[in-house]
Design a protein around this ligand. Structure first.
Ligand SMILES: [Zn+2]
Length: 426
């Protein structure tokens, strides 16, 4: 539980409710008590809660807080500050990470599943501070460092895949991370064309190693995530019981069949934003179109455009988000993924809104993602109708309120003073 909630009651009136289930928006009212949604009513029926502070939604959309499915809060660049490096001195790095958590929440993402950290305990510490209400940020599933081959992203000393890639070494690594309080670990089941030409087809973990990771993770209560491009990397991850399988760009028919067969146990996130910006918007950072092509971004995005409509057709749980934190794809721009899903991957606005709320809520495993009675009160008030145009969610000014755990991270501007006195009165 986020420890910051006021414990009071808030009544949203004059709102159109998008509840995250895929149902059409409907006019209604929502009562929040403490950190939970206490009542949802349709139409003009009144909720009797004289103790509640009334928030006039002015006809805007009340929707569940969004959930980022592939966060890298330790990746430095944000919409507030471009930092053209990954490694920073640890002091700046930790503070930058905390700022990025706040920026992510500002952007309407009230929960996040981490897809890898640049420090072993950075996200554990961050998560605990957020949970205690000492720092603003999304409810976080904290990750260990991303495990990879030498020199790609940075390998934790003492937990180095190249130094101890043995089965017992890998299993000990999982147990050690569980002891540190890590929720999820990410492994590079395949490399990537962005790391080295042809890398997407290079498998980095054998079937036996993947299976051993699966066993150790189940025993330790750890969730497993992976970067997987090659079809066989996807299959190994499915067979080993990985919860989140990222990218899947080279998935073949058999891999798609396996993902479909296990669709109730796993989630997939393509992360199109990085490829899109690498192709179209990275020139000032030294990546022109030819370089982007060499890095596999063009082919990767084309593959996503083929595969993800098919994943959707098969009912595989696909979530938006991913790889924000690069200078040209900064933290805080995460909602742009929704537009990519609509423009490139064959999703309707409602479908991608369900994916970023209900489905991604299932992925993080908190009691969030829909507006239903008794669920946690993570809510956004939007000026406009995102079910008609998802791009408005990229505009901070249109996200007029962000409620997390029943209290306002950002109150509607017409109500801010009242919220302040209301919380003082608690
Ligand atoms: Zn990533």
């Amino acid at each position: 539980m986020i420890g910051r909630h006021g414990g009071g009651a808030v009544l949203f009136e004059n709102v159109q409710i998008f509840d995250g289930t895929g149902a059409e928006r409907f006019p209604g009212s929502v009562l929040v008590r403490g950190n939970r949604i206490a009542r949802v009513v349709v139409g003009s029926e009144e909720i009797d809660a004289p103790e509640a502070m009334v928030v006039d939604g002015r006809g805007g959309t009340l929707m569940p807080g969004m959930v980022e499915g592939h966060a890298h809060l330790t990746w430095p660049s944000s919409i507030e500050k471009v930092i053209n490096a990954m490694a920073l001195p640890i002091e700046e790095h930790m503070l930058t990470t905390a700022v990025n958590a706040r920026i992510t929440l500002d952007a309407g993402f009230t929960s996040a599943y981490s897809a890898g950290s640049l420090g072993e305990r950075m996200e554990v510490a961050l998560r605990d501070h957020i949970d205690d209400g000492r720092l603003p940020g999304p409810r976080l599933r904290a990750s260990a460092m991303e495990m990879d081959v030498e020199g790609i992203i940075g390998v934790p000393k003492g937990h180095d895949s190249t130094h101890d890639h043995s089965i017992p070494g890998l299993q000990k690594y999982v147990r050690d991370m569980a002891d540190l309080g890590v929720d999820t670990m990410k492994f590079l089941m395949s490399s990537d064309d962005g790391f080295s030409p042809g890398g997407a087809k290079v498998l980095l973990y054998s079937e036996e190693e993947a299976q051993a990771l699966g066993v150790a993770a189940r025993e330790a209560g750890m969730w497993l995530a992976c970067h997987a491009q090659a079809a066989e990397a996807v299959k190994r991850a499915v067979r080993a019981g990985f919860r989140c399988i990222y990218h899947c760009t080279l998935a073949d028919e058999e891999a798609l069949d396996m993902l479909e067969e296990h669709r109730d146990e796993l989630f997939v996130a393509p992360a199109p934003g990085l490829l899109y910006t690498r192709i179209n918007e990275a020139e000032e950072f030294g990546i022109d179109r030819a370089t982007a092509e060499r890095m596999g971004a063009v082919a990767g995005l084309e593959a996503m455009e083929r595969i993800y409509p098919e994943m959707k057709r098969r009912g595989i749980r696909v979530v938006p988000g991913g790889d924000y934190g690069f200078p040209y794809n900064p933290v805080g721009r995460n909602a742009r993924d929704l537009q990519h899903f609509v423009d490139l991957l064959g999703y309707t606005p409602v479908e991608v809104l369900v994916a970023v709320t209900k489905t991604a809520g299932e992925m993080v495993g908190f009691d969030v993602g829909t507006i239903e009675e008794s669920r946690l009160a993570d809510l956004l008030l939007i000026d406009g109708d995102p079910t008609g145009d998802v791009t408005i969610l990229q505009d901070r000014e249109r996200i007029v309120a962000v409620m997390q755990d029943g209290s306002f991270h950002r109150a509607p501007p017409w109500q801010s003073l009242e919220v302040y006195s209301h919380s003082l009165a608690q």
